[in-house]
Write a protein that binds this ligand. Structure first.
Ligand code: SB7
Ligand code: NI
Length: 183
């Protein structure tokens, strides 16, 4: 079972590396790891388990965050329209995106960052992601709003990018041009 002690914190060089593509079909070990990552997210959102194991609630997790520099992400959340997103994905790739941007009004956090980093994180408002899921199915997901933000946060981890790398360091609450606030 994955717990907080398995999660790398900022400063670990693995978090700044570009992760390797997973050769398909994935190995049993890679599938098990990804299934464990998804289970961690579910556990972290279960009040009893989160309390028992001191888990910080997370809506996503990328393999580099547990020290595995491979292109695998898990997401588990509902958006504001109550659509459920629950996936373990291999080699997720943004194949197209809007010009328009968005940002979370409350900013972003990260399980690998044990401090509040204030500021707006500019993201694409809409993205299309291609990936292979845990059942080996190729998916093409059209995402907008909050869901698009979560996927971009996770895919950034595969490219060694942290959310605060995208915050305007001189003026963290500058509203990005051509953008819409989420929330
Ligand atoms: C706010 C939080 C997340 C994504 C987008 C906005 C995920 C936080 C958990 N993670 O650190 C996953 O990488
Ligand atoms: Ni993160």
């Amino acid at each position: 079972m994955i717990t907080m002690k398995d999660i790398l914190r900022e400063g670990d060089p693995i978090l700044n590396q570009v992760a390797e593509a997973v050769e398909l079909p994935p190995t049993e070990e890679e599938k098990n790891t990804l299934a464990e990552m998804l289970q961690f997210l579910k556990n972290s959102q279960d009040e009893e388990l989160a309390n028992a194991y001191q888990l910080r609630a997370g809506v996503g997790l990328a393999a580099p965050q547990i020290g595995i520099s491979k292109r695998m992400i898990a997401v588990h959340f509902q958006d504001f329209e109550e659509t459920q997103y629950s996936y373990g994905l291999f080699n997720p790739k943004i194949v197209s995106h809007s010009v328009a941007l968005s940002y979370l009004a409350g900013g972003e956090g990260c399980l690998s960052v044990d401090r509040e980093v204030p500021g707006y994180v500019p993201r694409y408002q809409r993205i299309t992601v291609k990936a292979t899921d845990l059942n080996g199915e190729e998916l093409k997901l059209k995402l907008k709003g909050y869901a698009a933000i979560v996927f971009q946060h996770e895919i950034d981890h595969l490219n060694g990018v942290m959310f605060y790398d995208r915050i305007n360091s001189e003026a963290p609450f500058t509203v990005p041009e051509n953008s819409k606030a989420i929330e």
